[in-house]
Unconditional design. Sequence first.
Length: 169
Amino acid sequence: MGTPPSPTLNYFGAEQFKSMTATDVTIVTYKGTGPLTTDLLGGHVMLAFNTLPPAIGNIKAGKLNAIAVAAPQRLAAIPDVPTTAESGLPGLDIVQYYGLVAPAGTPPAIIARLNKELRKIVTSEDIKARIIADGGGPVASTPEEYAANIQREEGKWAVLIKKLGLVVN
């Protein structure tokens, strides 16, 4: 099974898949998603935990088969592809979140203004369309929602990282 290099989210997703399914499969890490996608297309690797942007054109062209998206809901860019939960593996959510962060102590008024402007951008039709075309799902959130998301994701992946022995206590 091919993945981008450790410690990327896709690598951890493959490890989580192995752990959840007790599958004995060798993970082959690539230097990036481009070489991984090329080897997947060339038949050098038969399965991959890849990111969508380098693969989406090949999926839409029928050159790659998307088995499932590891997200809580289907993606607008490839709506016919089921989620991992729909495919029988609930709990395998491997979602890359992007957002803005500011140094601790940044005045609340500045945080509010940045959030207001970011929400305006993310919800604009042009930007939403671009994010969806790249395989993403645009989400506008509050600073509190994003902070809670970071905490939840860190907790989720910390368990796997510790299990893999990648952290020294």
